[in-house]
Design a protein around this ligand. Structure first.
Ligand SMILES: C[S@@+](CC[C@H](N)C(=O)[O-])C[C@H]1O[C@@H](n2cnc3c(N)ncnc32)[C@H](O)[C@@H]1O
Length: 182
């Protein structure tokens, strides 16, 4: 069984037992299991949440690289609607230093779909630092932003037949703004 993602462990260290976490991109469930084992309640992002259900944090590892930048922006807006003001988001995003950047069918300046392999046809978007800051800044205040080589960290969910080589992701800790004017 694979270990929880480093950002999941960072989130666990920050939240009190019993807190509610919104997880986006469950995959094999490695993060879900670790969150529950730490006494956290896990919600999945498949329905709009009422304010009484808002979570104290959100977690998304190796999922917010799927889709176009517009789709990822829509997901980020949905996450912001599902967590409290001031709540942290722990998330990874594709980096333009990832070996897959520029490979496959180009669907936009930083969006590509592999033409073969396990992820054939799956749309991936990649950010440089300025682009990622821009994608987050309206709804989230960035606390930490770092680039990490993730071949040994990314889930095996989508890479069963060929292991990742040269995968690089942004690791982000950000805080949901209380208001857009903040
Ligand atoms: C590689 S898995 C990562 C799973 C888990 N968070 C982890 O780190 O082990 C990618 C996740 O993104 C989700 N996802 C969202 N949109 C997707 C898409 N268009 N193609 C593939 N996966 C997608 C999948 O359901 C899956 O849960």
């Amino acid at each position: 069984m694979r270990a929880a993602h480093p950002l999941a462990r960072q989130l666990i260290a920050r939240l009190p037992r019993g807190a509610r976490v919104l997880e986006i991109g469950h995959g094999s469930g490695r993060n879900h299991r670790a969150l529950e084992a730490a006494g956290l309640e896990v919600l999945h992002f498949d329905a709009a949440l009422a304010p009484a259900e808002w979570a104290a944090a959100a977690l998304s590892t190796h999922a917010l690289l799927h889709g176009t930048p517009e789709e990822i922006a829509t997901l980020l807006a949905g996450i912001a609607c599902g967590i409290d003001g001031g709540a942290p988001l722990f998330a990874t995003f594709g980096s333009q230093r990832d070996a897959r950047f520029g490979e496959g069918t180009a669907l936009g300046p930083a969006t590509f779909a592999p033409t073969d392999g396990d992820e054939r046809g799956v749309v991936h978007s990649y950010y440089d630092e300025a682009g990622l800051r821009s994608a987050l800044q309206e709804l989230f205040a960035i606390e930490e932003l770092r680039e990490v080589e993730v071949d040994a960290i990314a889930g095996g969910w989508a890479h069963a037949s060929a292991p990742l080589r040269g995968a690089v992701h942004w690791f982000v800790v950000a805080r949901r703004r209380f208001s857009r004017a903040e």
